[in-house]
Design a protein around this ligand. Structure first.
Ligand code: GLA
Length: 400
């Protein structure tokens, strides 16, 4: 039986597709808003993914349609300098990926494509980076190129800035470099994705606040402002500590030269207001990631959960990226028996992630369904908004 991708492709282009590229979304378990500070983060690729059925073309055109009628088909030419569509247009993610891949590898042939996604959009689960990675694989596959997954992730993190959000590199890294059954410690500069097996019986429930946070729309300004504030805070602390600005260009550099508690003390004495809060979040979240990895390796679920709770508090109070719906979901998940819960992704909408033992997942899900979703006007199936995330394999491309 043909899949919806194959049927749509045949109807649209009159021939069957030859290849399938796929790239997963991700749930970030801990380490939020610190990738762009150069600090390690701890995400996991999930079973929700972007799939692109494609067929290489002889010329340099990219023709793309999706199985979702909400997204109009688009077409453009492969090149090093592709003019963007209007702000917020989904096709800009394709253009970002194609331009970035061409600049790196000099590819010329385009492709016909139909795209299908099971990653909820604007939910903090990296539907956009999954689209970018899958598109880069479709373009590479059309030109018989086989880029290294980590190199591709690094390239696509830069390429995605095309849409105007100054994102870090976490999403592309885990979508490209994830491993089935594992979360990963992602380090930057140089990029490294170190898999960490998720212990048996640990279940991560993802639940959507029903508030969308569009990376190329409303959430962009809040995101970019936070990033600028963390950079300003760092610069002030570096000056206060009389370190050389040329040598301390990221929080990672800072924390290599001083302990977290000395950095925090320095922050307290030279920062105030929002800058102090942003600084405190980045430094404490960095420390939580280190402890969370140790907790997972040691199978300490309570330890991991406690750090997730600490992360949420810091994101809500110091980074100010939570909203009441996310706080409600977090409280309900804990009431239902989760050992920890936090907002995941950039916040300002999107999802929470909650950790629970397998035996308790049912209760967590019931509590969220009864306490949050019932009575709120959600459409589609509840599974679109709430699911248990499976640690999944990173992106791939294959002949169909
Ligand atoms: C978005 C960005 C990531 C990261 C998270 C917040 O997903 O794309 O790079 O900064 O927000 O942790």
């Amino acid at each position: 039986m043909q899949t919806i991708l194959e049927t749509t492709f045949g109807e649209r282009y009159g021939t069957p597709p030859t290849h399938l590229a796929r790239a997963p979304g991700r749930v970030n378990l801990i380490g939020e808003h610190i990738d762009y500070a150069g600090l390690p983060v701890f995400p996991m690729a999930i079973q929700r993914e972007v799939r692109i059925a494609f067929r290489p073309r002889e010329d340099g055109l990219v023709l793309a349609a999706t199985t979702d009628p909400a997204y109009a088909p688009c077409h453009f030419e492969v090149g090093r300098d592709i003019e963007a569509y209007e702000d917020g247009d989904w096709g800009n993610y394709l253009k970002a990926a194609v331009q970035g891949t061409v600049r790196a590898y000099g590819l010329e042939r385009g492709f016909d494509a139909v795209i299908q996604s099971t990653v909820p959009v604007a939910a903090g689960l990296s539907s956009s980076s999954a689209l970018v990675i899958a598109t880069a694989l479709a373009l590479s596959g059309s030109n018989d190129a086989e880029p290294d997954p980590i190199e591709l992730a690094e390239l696509m993190a830069d390429a995605e800035q095309y849409v105007g959000t100054r994102g870090g590199g976490m999403d592309q890294a885990i979508s490209s470099g994830g491993r089935a059954g594992c979360a990963a410690r992602v380090e930057f500069d140089p990029l490294r994705v170190e898999p960490v097996p998720v212990p048996t019986g640990w279940k991560f429930v993802v639940a959507h606040s029903l508030v969308q946070a569009h990376k190329s729309g409303g959430a962009r300004e809040g995101y970019n402002r936070r990033r600028a504030e963390t950079e300003e805070a760092l610069a002030r602390v570096v000056r206060h500590l009389e370190m050389r600005e040329t040598e301390v260009r990221s929080y990672r550099d800072l924390l290599q030269g001083t302990t977290s508690s000395d950095a925090l003390a320095a922050g307290e004495s030279c920062l105030e207001g929002d800058l102090l809060k942003r600084f405190r979040h980045v430094v404490t979240e960095g420390a939580r990631v280190v402890r969370a990895e140790a907790a997972m390796r040691g199978a300490s679920m309570d330890g991991f959960g406690m750090l997730m709770n600490g992360s949420h508090a810091s994101l809500a109070e110091d980074y100010e990226v939570s909203i009441p719906e996310l706080d409600d979901l977090v409280s309900l998940a804990r009431e239902g028996g989760a050992v920890g819960a936090r907002l995941t992704g950039a916040g300002m909408g999107g999802c929470i992630v909650a950790l629970a033992p397998e035996s308790t997942v049912g209760r967590v899900v019931d509590r969220l369904a009864g306490g949050f979703y019932s009575g709120r006007g959600w459409s589609g199936s509840l599974e679109d908004h709430m699911f248990v995330a499976e640690p999944s394999e990173g992106a791939s491309v294959a002949r169909m």
